[in-house]
Design a protein around this ligand. Sequence first.
Ligand code: ATP
Ligand code: MG
Length: 668
Amino acid sequence: MSSATLRDTPPDSVHSEDGHYEPVNVTRRYDDPRADINRDQSKNWFLRLVPILLVNRWPFSIGIGLMVLTMIMGVSVPALTAELINAITPAVVDGETGYFFMLGGILVGISVIQFFFGFFGSYQLSRVSNMLEADLRSVIYNHLVTLSFSFYDKIQTGQVISRANSDIKAIQMFLMMAPMMLTSILTFFLALTYMLTMSWELTLASMVSVPLVYVVSMKLRSVMFPLSWLTQARQADVAVIVDENINGQRIVKAFAQEAMQMNLLARAARKLQWVQVKSVEISAIYNPLIESLSVIGQVVVWVYGGWLVMQGELQIGTLVAFNMYAMMIQMPFRFLGMLLAMEQRAKASAGRVFEILDENPAVTDPDDPVDLVDPRGEIRFEDVHFAYGDEAILKGVNLNVDAGETVAIVGATGSGKSTLVRLLARFYEVGEGFITIDGVDIRQLRTKNLHYHVGQVLDEPFLFSISIRENIAYGKPDATMDEIIAAATAANAHEFILETNDGYDTVVGERGYTLSGGQRQRLGIARALLVNPPILVLDDATSAIDVRIEAQIHDALLALMSFRTTVLIAHRLSTINLADRVILLDDGQVLATGTHTELLANIPRYSEILQQQTVAHQPVVESEQEPEDESDVQHRARLAAMMRDGHNNDRGGPGGPGPGGPGGGMSR
Ligand SMILES: Nc1ncnc2c1ncn2[C@@H]1O[C@H](COP(=O)(O)OP(=O)(O)OP(=O)(O)O)[C@@H](O)[C@H]1O
Ligand SMILES: [Mg+2]
């Protein structure tokens, strides 16, 4: 077959700006994250965040600058107050009130400016920390979409959600508070300088309680860290249980396990409560302790300073100012405890966020990726080995599918059929051997390009809680309504869609649970057909569809399959009947390939597997009967004809499929 003629209609292909071929053009309405974290895992958590801080450097610097100015003004207030108080006596004695009132005016002015600077400064810093939070979140999301199936196999949804929310929040809080608290260190030095110029003896006396405050703050830090870490971890545990509870609610109810689920949740909630109460308890002990220590510090200053005033060595105004400074220099030490506790929490959270960000995608684009343009769809597996963990699933699969051919993969349950097609889309990387499309190793292709060309319909298609129309157009958002209806009609979904409340605009419940299994599968097929990929994989995609309706879909599929390479994973004979050729997968290898009749006649294992599957799948088919579609005389006739021809359909008697009759070839 000649290239690029396999498709009936050429897709709306575009060559994107960077020269890539994209069969479907999706307008990007979002920006890339403005910066990434530092990828060097040996770096300290804060240093790893610096690149994101740097993109926000201007508002950040302005915020810090304003906060510093506010601090400096704050430090000048006690000195001016001392002047003011000390100016009272001369004013009384000499009647010189001008200087006194001028100082009062300056103090009012400083307070007003301090307010504005403080307001703008803290506004800028909170703005930066929120931008940072958004940046970090988009870094995480951008990373999550690059991660391969192997990551999603093991991660719990609740964990990701909690890390992308409460952990990022903890980092954001710290980054907002830290600069404010750090500027208080500047206050410390400025205040100390003032104090030393006033009286060095008194300065020494005021320092008595500082080491104690420091020690207590440090102790608080060491106790708080494990607690913060536990808090975050237990919040995530609760999130995981809530997530599974909601998503698994149908199973919970079906097995009447509500009480057990509640027990699980209650236990996790209690564990979280314990650690939170413990944190509060610790702060409740330490914070008043620090408070009392600083009061003792003040009393020392008042008593010793008062004595100095009595001796005439100090003015009363200076003593008042001194006390204000003594309180100021304690501030950083008090903050330090709080800051360190927040730092511990942010560090624990950052670690949890980095755990996701440091996860390397198992499947990546090659350095010099190739794009296939309108591939013919010839598939080749060459000695492919694969294992999810230690146990080998595929042990040297050799397979050729011609362009435009339709093959059915048959194998016992767990034999690795789904695995085989997951490898074709490079959802997982092959262990040994290679897979090619049109002679190009799929590892050389840009994965996005590969995914455009290999359309997959799974047995449990995931539907988003958006309208039916948008669900069908998911892979091709710019599809016209006519195209959507055509795809839906081909998948035999059009009629039931019209019967829903708002037709194509009906919003399906989460995961499409407001639809039946068979209806969901038909939307899944329509979704894949709309993208019109040159290679189409149907993994048990019609398992929940009534045999009668399946037959109708098959008519449509037959027409569509003639334009493309199709890989069917089939349990039902009716589906196998659609294929040109059957590939029998057994024990991790291709045991045989040929037409259904050939295999039935020559390979005993084939009929054995078919028999098992027919029996195994029968109840499923019956329980999934869909009442809404009218029986169709034509399709009954067709089924009858198939059975007459020797193709037992899978709703045949418990004896399973009979041997194919002489006229039972699979030609179409
Ligand atoms: N994500 C995974 N991680 C680890 N092991 C897996 C994973 N998916 C499948 N397996 C294992 O790999 C084997 C093959 O699974 P696969 O889904 O390919 O079987 P299958 O032939 O499609 O079966 P079925 O007919 O039941 O769909 C099974 O033993 C299964 O337990
Ligand atoms: Mg499977």
